[in-house]
Design a protein around this ligand. Structure first.
Ligand code: NAD
Length: 499
């Protein structure tokens, strides 16, 4: 019988009662490996009520005590790195070595958030006026919701959970229904690390559970990561219900290769960033922009060779460069885009559509695919494919190359490869995207800086992790206090000034 997963409420697994279920697949074989319950509005309401009462006591813990829970959690996850990585890879399809990175990039933010005692210190101005001191406090918001995508089932939940919990909030995590097992296990490990029951509840579900969170009066803020149409929906619905919201969406990341770039380095960077995780990364490079025909010809020739040589294998094959896509639906969508690219007149240099892995004929595999002579009006350029497909758009000069990512609807990440410091510096200053790599293909910032895209890649004011996370998960209270030692200045009917 197919194993049934649960929710996680009040520090323990909670069976679903809605009688609605989703299948969790084994992408290597195309079979169903588990069923996940989809929470009803009532189940979400019960999880929120539980979190509301747990949060009051949690917020009274001093920040150092809360941080120690994070540090114990960090060690527990490190001890379980191997089985967790295998579990993650088995539901997502990414390779086990890539799954280790998924978990580690999440732990980096746990480590950063354990600096909460320092990050929550607030500000103090003594003698702002006669006998007057002004100070500001950072206080938790209450109960917050985290709604996360399938493609980083450890990293993105941890980017939300670690700072939100460190600030004294309780969290309702609604992970992706496609790979929910690792988020559930992380919640168990938090409780094992000393997190009081109810401070982190996990509800699995789909639109019904999400809508219940977006409209619940006791949810103070919503952190979302996923595709752009859903990010827009979540941002507008949460905001309309008076909640603080930060919603990160899809991407179309370009890698610009200037004529003076080290081509070996650029090709290595492109194949890793385009095809790693089968292209299912929001920071994957999906567009290469060589500048000048000579560079373009050489780049495409080398990319074609490397794309044909990619090792596509099962997620537990340590020698594979990439595994299968997450679902059959994702595979059909990606194949549809490759068909569309051909129909629109792009040159399909390497065709991964017919790839099958012997012994895994029903797995959700697509081989690495490479398009040349892609034009900005084509759907394969405008839209996010989220698969192992790299498009080459040839630019005549530097200005054209700079304009492509700047004018694209999405603005998550971009990279420029060059040996010219001046050109790189100017590119960084002028390009219209949230994150930039200089000779770095996937510029995901370290946990103590912030992560966030611009334009259709992000909605809301503050970024994820880094100092912004502590701003997002707290509200500032500013206190003006006076101890006048017996002085009376009588009633004043004008706005007080410090003059
Ligand atoms: P998705 O938008 O389908 O799902 C994300 C979350 O929203 C899931 O928890 C899902 O259950 C929920 N959801 C889906 N449809 C919904 C609906 N109609 N109403 C309410 N909730 C709904 O995204 P995905 O396929 O899981 O993830 C891939 C996408 O995430 C890609 O577009 C990728 O670029 C993006 N992503 C962005 C970032 C970033 O930081 N910008 C990071 C990772 C992934």
């Amino acid at each position: 019988m197919t194993p049934a997963l649960t929710h996680f409420v009040s520090g323990k697994p909670a069976s679903g009662t809605s009688d609605r279920w989703a299948d969790v697949f084994d992408p290597n074989n195309g079979t169903v490996q588990a069923r996940v319950p989809l929470a009803s509005t009532a189940e979400v309401g019960a999880a929120v009520a539980d979190a509301v009462s747990a949060q009051r006591e949690w917020a009274r813990w001093n920040p150092q005590r809360r941080a120690r829970v994070l540090l114990r959690f960090l060690r527990l996850v490190e001890n379980e790195m191997e089985p967790l990585s295998r579990l993650l890879a088995s539901e997502h399809g990414k390779t086990v070595s890539d799954a280790r990175g998924d978990i580690q990039r999440g732990l980096d933010v746990v480590e950063f958030a354990a600096g909460a005692p320092h990050l929550l210190k607030g500000e103090y101005s003594t003698d702002a006026g006669p006998g007057i001191d002004v100070y500001s406090l950072r206080q938790p918001l209450g109960v917050v919701a985290a709604i996360t995508p399938f493609n980083f089932p450890a990293m993105i939940p941890l980017w939300k959970l670690a700072p939100a919990l460190a600030c004294g909030n309780a969290v309702i995590l609604k992970p992706s229904e496609r790979d929910p097992s690792v988020p559930l296990r992380l919640a168990e490990l938090f409780v094992e690390a000393g997190l009081p029951p109810g401070v982190l509840n996990v509800v699995n579900g789909d639109k019904e559970a999400v809508d219940a969170l977006l409209t619940h009066p006791d949810i103070a803020a919503v952190g979302f990561v996923g595709s752009t149409p859903i990010a827009q929906y979540i941002y507008s619905t949460a905001s309309a219900h008076g909640k603080r919201a930060q919603c990160f969406g899809g991407a179309k990341n370009h890698l610009v290769v200037l004529p003076d770039a080290d081509l070996d380095q650029a090709v290595d960077a492109l194949v890793g960033a385009a095809y790693g995780s089968a292209g299912e990364r929001c920071m994957a490079i999906s567009v290469a922009v060589p500048v000048g025909e000579a560079v373009a010809d050489e780049l495409v020739a080398r990319l074609a060779m490397r794309t044909r040589a990619l090792r596509v294998g099962t997620s537990d094959d340590e020698s594979a460069d990439l595994g299968p896509l997450v679902t059959a639906e994702a595979r059909t969508r990606v194949l549809g885009y490759i068909d569309a690219g051909v129909a629109e007149g792009a040159e399909l240099v390497v065709d991964g559509r017919d790839f099958t892995l012997p012994g895994h004929e029903d797995g959700f595999f697509v081989g690495g695919s490479l398009f040349d002579r892609v034009r900005p009006e084509m759907s394969i350029y405008r839209e996010e494919i989220f698969g192992p497909v790299l498009s080459v758009v040839r630019a005549a000069d530097y200005e054209e190359a700079l304009a492509l990512p700047s004018e694209h609807e999405y603005g998550n990440g971009v990279a420029v490869f060059t040996r010219d410091g001046d050109a790189a510096r100017e590119f960084v200053a002028r390009v219209d995207t949230g994150m930039v790599g200089v000779n770095v293909p996937i510029p995901v910032p370290v946990g103590y800086h912030t992560f966030g895209g611009w334009k259709a890649s992000g909605f809301g004011d503050l970024n994820q992790h880094g100092p912004d996370a502590f701003r997002f998960y707290t509200k500032t209270k500013t206190v003006t206090s006076r101890w006048p030692s017996g002085v009376r200045d009588g009633a004043s009917f004008v706005i007080p000034t410090m003059s």
